[in-house]
Design a protein around this ligand. Structure first.
Ligand code: COA
Length: 255
């Protein structure tokens, strides 16, 4: 089981559990996470959602083999990754995240759509889309420049520079850095605080806070998604994916 779910004391936990592949997310895992978010949203006993990974690794992002094999949805259906993204955007309840280590690609971009983000002192965030021959996703091409300003965004989105948990706090992606052994418990305690709050007021406040950017976020996600799908089949991306599995540096000199 690569996605574990459990509901306890008002908190629906979604745990990414594929440590042997550094929690790389397959299509099946995105589907499971989408379903868990949809179920949590409609369960009256759930007051908040908690997303966690494994010690030392939150997620290494999209499974690169999946990128190579099944890049698009079948039969006109949206791909599982898109279902996950929309389920997260549509979750009316607060989503709290504990980033336990590496948070690559969607491991970082999903944080932009969560409500409270706690990072461990071992966290290493990165959005190496360009290095993989791809383009940013999950509206990160809109939200990262808005948070960091254009020149810092260039470091993260074009050069793919990794950054620490304290950098993430400084630029407003995360709330606080915690010792690695404490980050999940802290995030859970924060999620449980919603048990004592009036749920409709919480939901309406989340909706109001997200509403001004919502249409733009969806528009950018659509534009990014189209380009991303095209780029998944590009020779640049193929070179990057093959290089990853051959454990060598990609060679883009021929493009
Ligand atoms: N997709 C598929 N497999 C992945 C993966 C991914 N995103 N990330 C890691 N793995 C696999 C590795 O291929 C390796 O498999 P193997 O044991 O069969 O060789 C295993 O997980 C362990 O990964 P490894 O790279 O040895 O671990 P590490 O601790 O040295 O580095 C990361 C961890 C996360 C920094 C590194 O794995 C990485 O950069 N992964 C790719 C991240 C990425 O580009 N994701 C896509 C973003 S859009």
């Amino acid at each position: 089981m690569t996605i574990k779910t459990a509901t306890f004391n008002g908190v629906a936990t979604i745990e990414i559990a594929r440590p042997e592949k550094k929690n790389a997310l397959t299509q099946a895992m995105y589907s499971a996470m989408a379903e868990a978010l949809i179920a949590a949203n409609s369960d009256a006993l759930v007051r908040a959602v908690l997303i966690t990974g494994q010690p030392g690794c939150f997620t290494s992002g999209n499974d690169i083999e999946d990128f190579m094999q099944a890049p698009l949805g079948q039969d006109g259906e949206p791909p599982p990754v898109a279902r996950f993204m929309h389920a997260l955007l549509q979750c009316e309840k607060p989503v709290v995240v504990a980033v336990t280590g590496a948070a690559v690609g969607i491991g970082t971009t999903m944080l932009l759509h969560c409500d409270l983000v706690y990072v461990s002192d071992e966290a290493r965030l990165a959005m190496p889309f360009v290095s993989l021959g791809l383009v940013p996703e999950f509206a990160s091409s809109l939200l990262i420049p808005a948070l960091l300003g254009p020149v810092k965004a260039t470091e993260k989105l074009m050069l793919g520079e990794p950054f620490s948990g304290s950098d993430a706090v400084e630029c407003g992606i995360a709330n606080a850095v915690l010792p690695a052994g404490e980050v999940v418990n802290h995030a859970r305690r924060m999620a449980e605080r919603f048990n004592a709050l009036p749920p409709s007021a919480v939901r309406e406040t989340k909706r109001l806070m997200r509403a001004p950017q919502r249409a733009q976020v969806l528009e950018v996600m659509q534009a990014e998604g189209q380009l991303f799908s095209q780029r998944l089949r590009s020779p640049e991306a193929m070179e990057a994916f093959q290089a990853f599995f051959q454990k060598r540096k990609p060679d883009f000199s021929k493009f």
